[in-house]
Design a protein around this ligand. Sequence first.
Ligand SMILES: [Zn+2]
Length: 194
Amino acid sequence: MGVPRRAWLHVITGCMSSGKTAEVVRLLTRMQIAGQSVLLITPARDTRVAPGEVVSRTGTRFPSIVVGDTTSLRNEVNRINPDAVAIEEAQFFGDDLPDVLEELAAAPRTVIVSGLDQDFAGRPFATIPSLLARADEITKLTAICVQCGGEATRTQRLRNGKPARADDELIVIGGMGGDDTYEARCRGCHAVVR
Ligand SMILES: [Zn+2]
C-alpha cells in the first residue's frame, strides 16, 4: 500500500516558454518519490514531442504516451490506472476534455493538466478557461518578455517577422506551423493586427 490517493485537479497554465512542462515533470517526480504511480500523456497533434518522451526546454526528460483524442485518453488512464495522470498541451484536445478529466479525478486520482490559457491574439484558448474554473489548484506561470525583459503572459505570433492578424487561422502553437514563429511577450509589447 502506498500513499492514499486523493481527487485533485491541478491546472498549470501560462504563455509559451513559461516552464509548464518543467513544472509538470517536477510535480510527477515528487509523487514518484512518495511511491505513487504516474502517467504523462501528450496529444498526437503536438508534433514537437517524440513518441515516448517529453523534453522540456531546459532538457528535462520524462517518459510519456501519445493519445489521439479524449476517448483514448480516458481508455488509457483507466487501463493503466495510475495514482496521478498529467496531460500536456491540453488546448489541443476537444470540448469534452473538462468532463473527462473530472471523471478521471473522481477515481480518486490526481489530475495535472497544462496548456496555453490564451491563443496568439490573447483570446481564451479552447477548454483551458473551463478547466481553470473547475480546478482545485491553479498555477499560472510567466516567461521573460523577449522585447523588454518584463513578465511575459502572452504568446506573440510573427509571420515573416511581423505581428500576425487576429483573423489569421489558428495554427497549432508550438507545432512549428509553416513560417510562423512565436515568442513570449508582456501585455505591453504583445501586438496583434486587427
Ligand atoms: Zn515587454
